[in-house]
Design a protein around this ligand. Structure first.
Ligand code: PLP
Length: 363
């Protein structure tokens, strides 16, 4: 029998989540962010589930080609743009849009000859200090782009650094996002063209940032990066269920220790299950004892170190569990955001990290 460790993709959930995004940002077009193989869900699967997204966002020309190979004609935005003059020809051939975030790209564009015009997304660094033109340089960059016949249209965009700042929660100081909103508005005041600012959290919590285009990633997959508020609290459904089976249930005596480095001691005689999933499948090794899992749909918790192929589970809450019983590591009934929080990371890293050996299915 093949190893049961499986990542199941829920295309209906992704469609539902797109609907949620549209409901919350009714005046905006939606660019579905599908970089990193659709946040680990499988680029083709995600794109096929979202044929009516208004555009897609990717990190490589290869990904643009994969989307075009599916026969989709929407805009596909190359998020960091081209980084060599040779890429421009392929970019045009694939009818990709390009982010323009740096003067070096302006120069390459100015030096390239004619050809089909490219839609350019001029990126403003409103305070994240990763990619983008400094506010003081935005007008000059815009004027240079606007002067080029090889530029079709200019969209003004920026990206928020504190993507976990959730205005509606009222529990956090949201200065960073407010400052970025102001900086972007000032840097682009009076310039023509559409605007795009909002990632998932801004779709959920910053309506004043919705503008012409929203760019959700995590929300489409049912994930939230707002601390303590997993995706389902926002009406989102998980796009992936990562599951395995118990392959052993053992009775371990009080005082015995579980797993590598013997980090967890049994407080009483107890049943301990072993599930066939580990860090070799993409489950985080740094998830501590007590990280939730579902066994037969009911909550249980990991104990001891996660190993490469296996993990141990405290089965005191369900002494009847047996080898073969299903274990959900995250997904339906257990948000990946919750597992990620226990492991000190975000759900995005976990879904991106599903290993190649894990079986994939849709359901
Ligand atoms: C990844 C990305 C997004 C989406 O962010 P989420 O938090 O997943 O919604 C939006 N904009 C840019 C530029 C990105 O790189």
């Amino acid at each position: 029998m093949p190893r049961a460790t499986t990542a199941t993709f829920h295309s209906d959930a992704v469609r539902h989540n797109l609907g949620e995004v549209r409901r919350r940002a009714p005046g905006s077009r939606v660019m579905a962010m599908v970089k990193a193989d659709g946040y680990g869900h499988g680029l083709e699967r995600v794109v096929r589930a979202l044929p009516d997204a208004d555009a897609f966002g990717v990190a490589s020309l290869e990904d643009v080609a994969r989307i075009r190979a599916l026969g989709l004609a929407q805009p596909v935005l190359l998020l960091s743009g081209f980084d060599a003059a040779e890429d421009l020809a392929q970019l045009r051939q694939l009818r990709a849009d390009s982010v323009i975030h740096h003067a070096s790209q302006l120069e390459m564009l100015e030096q390239c000859d004619g050809g089909a015009p490219i839609r350019c997304w001029l990126k403003v660094d409103s305070g994240m200090h990763r990619l983008g033109f400094a506010p003081a340089d935005v007008r000059d960059a815009h004027a240079r782009l606007a002067a080029l016949p090889q530029v079709a249209e200019i969209v003004l965009m920026t990206h928020f650094a504190s993507s976990d700042e959730f205005a509606a929660s009222g529990t956090r100081n949201c200065d960073q996002t407010r400052r970025q909103l102001r900086t972007f508005a000032e840097a682009t005041a009076g310039l023509p063209g559409a605007r795009s600012l909002a990632n998932s959290t801004a779709v959920l919590g910053w309506p004043q940032a919705h503008a012409d285009w929203v760019r959700p990633g995590g929300a489409l997959y049912g994930m939230s990066v707002v601390a303590g508020r997993p995706g389902p609290e926002f009406g989102l459904r998980p796009a992936m269920t990562f599951s395995a089976r118990l392959i052993a249930v053992n009775r371990i005596a009080r005082g015995e220790r579980i797993g590598y480095s013997a980090t967890w001691e049994c407080p009483e005689d107890m049943p301990v299950g072993v599930a066939a999933a580990g860090y070799g499948d993409g489950y985080p090794r740094h998830a501590p004892s007590g990280t939730p899992v579902l066994v037969n749909g009911r909550q249980a918790a990991t104990v001891g170190r996660v190993s490469m192929d296996l993990m141990a589970i405290d089965l005191r809450t369900q002494p009847d569990a047996r080898p073969g019983d299903p274990v959900v590591l995250w997904g339906e009934g257990l948000p990946v955001d919750t597992v990620a929080a226990a492991a000190g990371t975000i759900g995005y890293q976990l879904t991106c990290g599903i290993a190649g050996r894990v079986r994939r299915r849709e359901g």
